[in-house]
Design a protein around this ligand. Structure first.
Ligand code: PLP
Length: 447
């Protein structure tokens, strides 16, 4: 009877020697997993791999097991891509976050008086300057800001909201669930497509604490629809001594066509407006609540605030982002990508095409609509340019998958069997690297 090949598997220490990896828990665990997989393969009747081949496999896995997140070059044209970390920070914001991370800072310390201060002090003034709000508080993300507002302002009481706004935003933020978790009672009014002022008015009772509006973010309603006028809605709330809460989601600080500006919602009478730091604002993950001073004070004083406060890196990066939106808005990558001149994008796509050509890859220039993403600007199409490559004889989806798996991943779209690379969301300084990655995958022999 032939010997069981599973008994001939190399030992962990043999593979450590072959790969030159040091014997720490991380690499030993990785080798054990490779050996377990090989053992299972042999159990199913597979042919044994040589120890050299197993060492190659271990080495490749070790190389992919870096200390950080894998870097992604975004060739999709989706600017605020939630799965890719949303807004890329500006250079300044990145530097400020790293500085706060690496050393000590005046995060909660007033250097003039030598006394304790609040981390909110670094942000409040800039936010009120940009938005015109009386006061502001920043927490960990916008879901947290909504949760804090509902808990502090409406726990145990009712909040009236239109059925057309009971939305789910990617990544499991559902308005009814957040409402339930906060202890506020949801009162739905109207229908999915039409809600009138009178619907809200009829729902107001002795238990009502607030009226709420939620930006539908990632979907858009067309056709036979109706929403209450925001000014009339705020007036209705105030005439019944209720609060008007407005969850804007993306919330742009500067005018962007198609997106409500944060300041305009305050002018329309909202008492508290919430939005994300890492969507159109272009900063780090954060949630901002702005509005009437007494209302914002109630959020800051609530016990939940302590559980939701932003960390020092977010405070530093958000401060830099706010500072830049006042001083040099064009330095913010999200704004640059959003407002990119189509002629410039065309020139960039042409440059990528030339870089590909010298590497033996033929690409054609195609117009391509971009989207803001992240639930921002639904229905707004941006005009831009991409390169399209015919991957045959390989299949586009195989190439697309291979592009995702390099040391630096490149995300592209596949349209009608073509690989489409949108230049809007790629760093201009790295087009040669993008061309290298594409050429390597397209001309690879292991098709
Ligand atoms: C994105 C969004 C949220 C959640 O914001 P996060 O910052 O991801 O927590 C909440 N409400 C609306 C309307 C949104 O668009």
């Amino acid at each position: 009877m032939p010997e069981d090949p599973r008994r001939r598997l190399p030992s962990v220490s043999r593979l450590l020697t072959l790969t030159g990896l040091p014997a720490n828990r991380l690499w030993v665990d990785l080798i054990e997993r490779v050996l377990a997989k090989e053992r299972q393969r042999l159990t199913l009747g597979g042919r044994p791999e040589g120890e050299a081949q197993l060492a190659v496999e271990v080495r490749a896995l070790a190389d992919a097991t870096g200390p950080g997140l894998r870097e992604v070059l975004n060739g999709t044209g989706v600017i605020i891509h939630t799965n890719l970390g949303r807004a890329p920070l500006s250079e300044l914001a990145t530097r400020m976050a790293a500085q706060a991370a690496q050393g000590y800072s005046d995060l909660e310390f007033d250097l003039a008086s030598g006394e304790r201060a609040s981390r909110q002090d670094h942000l409040g003034h800039l936010i009120t300057l940009v938005t015109g709000a009386e006061a502001a508080v920043v927490v960990n993300n916008n879901a947290g800001a909504v949760f804090l507002a509902l808990t502090a302002l409406a726990q145990g009481r009712e909040v009236v909201i239109s059925r057309g706004e009971l939305v789910e935003i990617g990544g499991s933020f559902r308005v009814p669930d957040i409402m339930a978790a906060s202890g506020a009672r949801l009162v739905e009014v109207g229908t999915t497509n039409r809600t009138r002022l009178a619907d809200y008015e009829r729902a107001i009772g002795p238990e009502t604490a607030a009226l709420m509006r939620v930006h539908p973010s990632n979907f858009e309603m067309r056709g036979f629809t109706e929403q209450a006028d925001p000014v009339a809605l705020a007036e209705l709330a105030h005439s019944h001594r209720l609060l008007m809460i407005d969850d804007l989601g993306s919330g742009s600080l500067l005018p962007v066509p198609g997106e409500p500006e944060v300041a305009s919602r305050l002018r329309q009478g909202a008492d508290v407006v919430t939005f994300s730091g890492d969507k159109l604002l272009g900063g780090p993950q954060a949630g901002v609540a702005i509005g009437r001073r007494d209302v914002i004070e109630r959020l800051k004083r609530h016990a939940l605030y302590r559980a939701l406060r932003p960390d020092k890196m977010a405070v530093a990066a958000l401060r830099a982002t706010l500072w830049q939106s006042l001083v040099e808005p064009d330095a913010l990558p999200v704004r640059r990508m959003l407002e990119a001149d189509p002629a410039r994008l065309r020139a960039l796509a042409q440059r990528l095409g030339r870089l590909l050509k010298v590497r033996g890859v033929t690409a054609s220039l195609v117009p391509k609509g971009g989207v803001a993403g992240g639930g921002s600007l639904p229905g707004v199409e941006l005009t831009g340019w991409a390169v399209a490559i015919d991957p045959s004889p390989q299949s586009a989806s195989r190439v697309q998958a291979r592009l995702r798996q390099g040391r630096v991943a490149l995300l592209v779209q596949v349209e009608d069997g073509m690989i489409v690379v949108d230049v809007r969301t790629l760093p201009e300084t790295r087009l040669a690297e993008v061309a290298d990655i594409l050429a390597r995958s397209l001309l690879s022999k292991e098709a």
